[in-house]
Design a protein around this ligand. Structure first.
Ligand code: RRO
Length: 325
């Protein structure tokens, strides 16, 4: 099966990304994983000032996933430019890199775009509008406030010609509207979804397992939320979509393609097993061969009205289809 795909005007060697916050700035995973095999990765969210992050423990596992409250621990804008981007520029060749940015205020998003735009070695920005664990912010997520989404996306749009990808929240009561706002204001793609705010408790004393109290849930338990969000977004915009949430294997990636995602991001699976993503890439090639699907693109559900319908497995003629693998 051909995994190559063209999105955002560029070619991706396969649809698998590592999600923001699960691979640092690439360097952190280079020793345990063949990063050059990836379609791409998204960096840890960068804030204007360095952040030390939330009180430990910052992650807790449970049967169907993981809860995190890292609290945006990152080196900040200047050290990212000085210490992280040069490594990416000199060591990443085939994968496409998105820099995730997270503002504490609307204006901070603009300062981050302006501060990073002239650097080399990355494709575009993932605008993190949906971090559930920012102790420095009170009130609702940017992603849950359509006028904040409009202001941030339009302000970032006029400051860069690079692709901008808006990362939205799974608990948005009117996701279609948010998707439309991001589309109208000039986003080039959307990432669905960030983690879902939840809690785990120690039964001996009722104290939350995470130092910060609540955290964001990810892994298999998030998958149905991610799929629903991608389906809803697919119906509301023509923009390409990144599917995130419980992408653990080749077939969970296919499920996201069926929902309408052109690309997928893996997170929790690679936390537990760094090579999960390279195994999923190999698994997808094999699955395609077995199912006689010739291209990843044939699996991706298109927006309503688009003229390239997704392949229906039940309509494939097993003799006619080449199954080139
Ligand atoms: O750093 C975090 O705690 C964090 C972020 Br920025 C995010 O966007 N999503 C998440 O689950 N954790």
């Amino acid at each position: 099966m051909r995994l190559e795909t063209e999105v955002l005007g560029v070619r991706f060697q396969n649809p698998f990304f590592l999600a923001a916050g699960t691979c640092g700035f690439g360097l952190e995973l280079a020793e345990v994983l063949d990063i050059e095999a990836l379609g791409g990765f998204v960096t840890k969210s960068v804030t204007l000032e360095p952040r030390v992050g939330n009180a430990p423990p910052r992650v807790a596992e449970f049967k169907d996933g993981m809860l995190n409250s890292i609290g945006l621990a990152n080196p900040g804008l200047e050290r990212t430019k000085r210490e992280k981007l040069p490594w990416i520029r000199d060591n990443i060749f085939r994968p496409r890199v998105l820099i995730s940015i997270a503002g504490h205020t609307v204006v901070e998003f603009f300062t981050l775009v302006e501060g990073l735009d002239s650097e080399d070695g990355f494709l575009g920005f993932e605008i993190n509008l949906s971090c559930p664990n920012d102790a420095e912010r009170t009130g609702e997520l940017f992603a849950l406030n359509p006028s904040a989404v409009a202001e941030i996306i339009s302000g970032c749009r006029i400051r860069t010609e690079r692709p901008i990808v808006a990362k939205l929240a799974p608990n948005d009561p009117d996701l279609s509207r948010t998707v439309q706002v991001a589309t109208e204001e000039g986003a080039n793609a959307l990432t669905l979804v960030n983690t879902l705010p939840r809690a785990l408790l120690d039964i001996s004393n009722g104290v939350p397992e995470l130092g910060a109290g609540d955290g964001g849930i990810s892994g298999p338990a998030l998958r149905p939320s991610g799929l629903r969000a991608v389906r809803e977004a697919r119906a509301a915009t023509h923009l390409p979509l990144f599917g995130v949430g419980g992408v653990m294997t080749a077939t969970t990636a296919v499920e996201y393609a069926r929902a309408g995602a052109s690309l997928v991001q893996m997170g929790t699976a690679s936390f537990a097993w760094p090579r999960a993503v390279t195994e999923a890439i190999a698994g997808l090639i094999q699955w395609g061969q077995e199912q006689r699907i010739s291209a990843w693109d044939d699996l991706v559900s298109r927006p309503p009205g688009a003229n390239a319908p997704a392949n229906r497995l039940d309509l494939l003629d097993p003799i006619e289809s080449s199954g080139e693998g």
